[in-house]
Ligand binder design. Structure first.
Ligand SMILES: O=C(CO)[C@H](O)[C@H](O)COP(=O)(O)O
Length: 261
């Protein structure tokens, strides 16, 4: 483990490394997006190259697809895979019911489609993402560029009647230009502070013409793995309520970091 890896990177790696223990030969695996998911892709690549693990991966963004191919993972489309055994992805927030806010990296649409088309979703994360109630992280809402300002206005009008603490929205920018998702859509970030009823909010948001999808993942995540900078990992399963603990020995994982620039 390179000494220069930050504590947060060590925590993310530990969660990612524990998650790939659930990947078996022959599986079709949804590959998430973000820095934690990138560690997972690296770990799977190591297993493919060094242990002959035979899987196909369905990426949730072009950047994940590029990394997966670079790591030697066979990449297929969701249409080719049709249905997946397992999706492993990160999250921006998770609550006690393992409902999530995702989309911090702008990939929420493909991530939600892929996670929903999976028998199981495992979220890999660190303790900072755990919240009692969703909303501190701005909720990403993907909208089509056509009439986006009208759509934004309808979102804000809807928020005024919802159980949320904040109602500020902002177009996500990439420099001075609108951020574009892989589908060429925009993202409106909603600064809600606290979301009283995520399930209801997700349903109502997606009724607004112009809204493509939102970053609330309700009843999709099955397990969360919380990594620690010391290699400890906590695994919580929402389906049976179990909580288990493990420890990743970083020294045994040095191969993963050999290609790090
Ligand atoms: O939803 C996502 C991208 O759209 C990411 O999974 C989420 O933002 C977490 O990213 P990271 O692991 O880098 O904190």
């Amino acid at each position: 483990m390179p000494a220069e890896l930050s504590p947060i990177d060590k925590a993310k790696f530990a969660a990612a490394r524990r998650a790939v223990d659930f990947v078996e030969d022959g599986m079709k695996v949804g590959l998430g997006t973000g820095s934690t998911a990138a560690w997972m892709v690296r770990c799977l690549g190591e297993m493919v190259r060094e242990e002959g693990l035979s899987i196909v991966g369905v990426p949730t963004s072009t950047r994940t697809a590029e990394l997966a191919r670079q790591m030697g993972i066979k990449v297929v489309t969701l249409d080719e895979a049709k249905w997946l055994d397992l999706t492993i992805d990160g999250a921006d927030e998770f609550d006690p019911e393992l409902n999530l806010i995702k989309g911090g990296g702008g990939a929420l649409l493909q991530e939600k489609i892929v996670a929903t088309a999976s028998d199981q979703m495992i979220v890999i994360t660190d303790a900072a993402k755990e919240v009692a109630q969703l909303g501190a992280f701005p909720l990403p809402v993907e909208v089509v560029p056509f009439g986006w300002q009208t759509t934004r206005g309808l979102i804000e009008e809807m928020l005024s009647s919802m159980d949320v603490m904040g109602r500020q929205t902002a177009l996500r920018l990439n420099g001075t230009q609108p951020f574009l998702t892989d589908e060429g859509n925009y993202i409106v970030d909603c600064h809600l502070k606290r979301i009283g009823n995520p399930r209801q909010l997700s349903l109502v948001l997606n009724q607004i013409p112009g809204v493509v999808e939102n970053g609330l993942f309700i009843d999709i995540c099955d397990k969360v793995i919380i990594g620690g900078a010391d290699g400890t990992v906590e695994l919580r399963d929402i389906n049976d309520g179990s909580v288990s603990h493990d420890r990743i020995d970083f020294a045994e994982e040095s191969n993963i970091f050999s290609d790090l620039d």
